[in-house]
Write a protein that binds this ligand. Structure first.
Ligand SMILES: [Zn+2]
Length: 231
């Protein structure tokens, strides 16, 4: 039997990160679409991102008919960006930290103008293959602007999660990076990542032994760490 997870961060109680949550008033809306299997991932960060950004929503599922259905309001797809998973055709110029690419994966010249005008961004949460599944099962995503990130930092995941993920960074890191740049507020990045650092610290810390239940939970966390994906 498992103890109930924390009702706010949804982590097992001994991994609760709520003490590090410090919500940010973001202007650009953050929508996270989460693959159902990712929901059970100990190292998952979607719920943390949702808690850290006040202007956000987290939806779990495989497909939705359109963006209006999800948000409950009219949307202009041209003012919505989705983190793009496909290949990017890079020219001679180095890829900027953030750009908009066209349907062929070619960076657009008016990237900065498009980015400055975004009303919201969509991040697909899951492993690479799960995110791909979400991409293909929601054709309306093709109407959104395609954002490509080229973050110049190493993911906090380090060796914790071996399963390759798109961009090799967590959903929280991708969202925080994106919003810190879109809102020209570099401090957002560090502040948003604090609960994630705490999660990794708690997972790695040797736990004071005691009850058989605590041991069972610990070995479950270790298995999650070893496997990367707990499915
Ligand atoms: Zn919590």
């Amino acid at each position: 039997m498992h103890a109930e997870p924390c009702s706010a961060c949804l982590k097992p109680v001994h991994l609760c990160v709520c003490e590090a949550v410090e919500p940010i008033d973001n202007a650009v809306f953050l929508l996270i679409l989460q693959h159902p299997q990712e929901k059970r991932e100990t190292l998952g960060t979607a719920q943390i991102a949702h808690l850290q950004f006040r202007n956000s929503a987290l939806k779990v599922g495989l497909s939705w008919s359109n963006l209006k259905r999800i948000l409950g309001r009219e949307v202009d797809y041209k003012r919505w960006g989705v983190l793009y998973l496909g290949p990017v055709k890079q020219g001679a110029a180095p890829l900027p930290e953030m750009s908009i690419v066209d349907k062929g994966g070619v960076p657009q010249r008016d990237s900065d103008l498009v980015l400055a005008d975004l009303e919201g961004v969509i991040v697909l949460d899951g492993t690479w293959s799960q995110a791909k599944t979400l991409w293909w099962r929601n054709p309306w995503l093709l109407k959104c602007r395609r954002i490509v990130l080229n973050p110049q930092f190493r993911s906090l995941y380090g060796q914790a999660r071996k399963e390759p993920r798109r961009d090799s960074v967590s959903t929280l890191e991708a969202a925080a990076f994106l919003l810190s740049r879109l809102e020209a507020e570099p401090a957002i990045l560090d502040r948003a990542l604090k609960p994630f650092s705490l999660l990794l610290k708690k997972l790695r810390a040797p736990r004071p032994v005691a009850t058989p239940r605590a041991e069972a939970e610990e070995s479950a966390s270790e298995r999650a760490l070893d496997k990367g994906e707990a499915e």
